[in-house]
Write a protein that binds this ligand. Structure first.
Ligand SMILES: Cc1ncc(COP(=O)(O)O)c(C=O)c1O
Length: 390
């Protein structure tokens, strides 16, 4: 088996024997022509394997990316989408029918939270969202009609973990599927399908593309489940266009080296922050003090480039920190080469009520950090001077 860096460069992208092109071509076409009328129904039924018909269904550049994604997540087939939320909503709708109950955790990305907490109930689907790090609560939330168990691990922005293997067993004991949003970890640090998950979801906007210059998403599963998702994608229409697919293929070539450096820098910064007198708490699964560090060691290959910490002081003090960084930038999103800081209470988690944020452990003094690939000494220096300004 080739290593992650070799896979990042070569997987699914063979030397093009026809033209000699070293990189995958961009097939920027909406439709595909046929020489023989008899070929048409075969191509329609083949979903790309036997030919292409229309790029909302499948496209060769996008399929190359989907093969690369499947290899990284140890799945059968990948499906690429125009955003992470398109992947998540399409995958969820592919597995619900009248009467299905959806069980999830409370600490979900804002858009997913809105889907499970507001949109599905408005459409008549029952949903239950429970405390993320309490497995008993997840067990307690199961109903006979539960068809999907939906989790993120690590969670945003509190870096809590959910035991993926136990969640998969719980889902399967009820005939449900386990969906895991693996965006925060990236496929380099965690592969939920290896622990029994059925569908892995990504905002490719983040670590997979890695350059903060496009919006895209993915769902990866075995062949049968992927087919379901691709059929729903065909009709919901959130398919990824070939140009961003090509950009992601380019971004992925450095995915392994980017993520490994981000892991190492995050660890160094988490250790530094843990001893700083202006910091009251640090959330990072790589720290021995993280309450679920043993679980992190079990299900993660690296501890990731995301961390959060609480500033000693007021909301205004935390604002002063985020305004004082110079190498880092105050911005939402994550997983790119630039280090970003944000206050979740008024950015990524502004959709939650103050009560919901308090229950989830998101005080106004919490700062979330997405580590980039700048030199660790520069980031340590930047954080030191920004904390001095608090
Ligand atoms: C964990 C997680 N999942 C899903 C999404 C949604 O992805 P997108 O913005 O690409 O639609 C995000 C976006 O920030 C996220 O952080």
């Amino acid at each position: 088996m080739p290593g992650d860096s070799t896979k990042s460069v070569h997987e699914a992208e063979p030397f093009d024997e026809r033209t000699g092109s070293l990189t995958t071509p961009i097939y920027e076409t909406s439709t595909f022509g046929f020489a023989k009328a008899a070929d048409v129904p075969v191509a329609v039924a083949g979903f790309g394997e036997k030919g292409y018909t229309y790029s909302r269904w499948e496209n060769p550049t996008v399929v190359t990316l989907e093969k690369k994604l499947a290899a990284f997540e140890h799945g059968g087939v990948g499906a690429a989408f125009s955003s992470g939320m398109a992947a998540i909503s399409t995958a969820v709708f592919a597995f619900i029918k009248k009467g299905t109950h959806v069980l999830g955790i409370k600490d979900l990305y804002g858009g997913t939270y809105a889907l499970l907490h507001d949109i599905l109930p408005e459409l008549g689907f029952g949903t239950t969202l429970v405390e993320s790090s309490d497995f008993n609560a997840l067990e307690g939330g199961m109903k006979k009609s539960t068809g999907i168990v939906y989790i993120e691990s690590p969670t945003n922005p509190t870096l809590k973990l959910v035991d993926i293997q136990k969640a998969a067993k719980l889902a399967h004991s009820n005939g449900a599927v386990l969906m895991v949003d693996n965006t925060f970890a990236s496929p380099i640090n965690q592969n939920p399908l290896d622990f029994g998950a059925d569908v892995v979801l990504h905002s490719m906007t983040k670590y997979i593309n890695g350059h903060a210059d496009l919006i895209a998403g993915a769902a990866i599963a075995d062949k049968a489940n992927s087919h379901k998702i691709k059929m729903m994608r065909r009709d919901f229409g959130g398919t990824l266009d070939p140009i961003p697919a090509w950009l992601i293929l380019r971004g992925m070539k450095t995915m392994a080296i980017r993520v490994r450096q981000q892991n190492a820098t995050a660890m160094a910064l988490a250790e530094f922050l843990s001893t700083h007198r202006k910091v009251t708490a640090v959330n990072y699964p790589g720290l021995k003090t993280h309450p679920q560090h043993q679980l992190a060691k079990k299900q993660m290959k690296g501890f990731g480039g995301m961390l959060s910490f609480e500033i000693r002081g007021t909301t205004r003090d935390a604002m002063r920190f985020t305004e004082s960084v110079k190498t880092a930038t105050l911005a939402a999103s994550l997983g790119g080469v630039e280090t970003l800081v944000s206050q979740p209470y008024n950015m990524t988690h502004a959709q939650m009520s103050a009560k919901e944020r308090a229950e989830t452990g998101i005080p106004e003094t919490l700062v979330r950090v997405s580590i980039g690939i700048e030199d660790v000494e520069d980031l340590l220096g930047d954080f030191k001077q920004a904390l001095a300004a608090v």
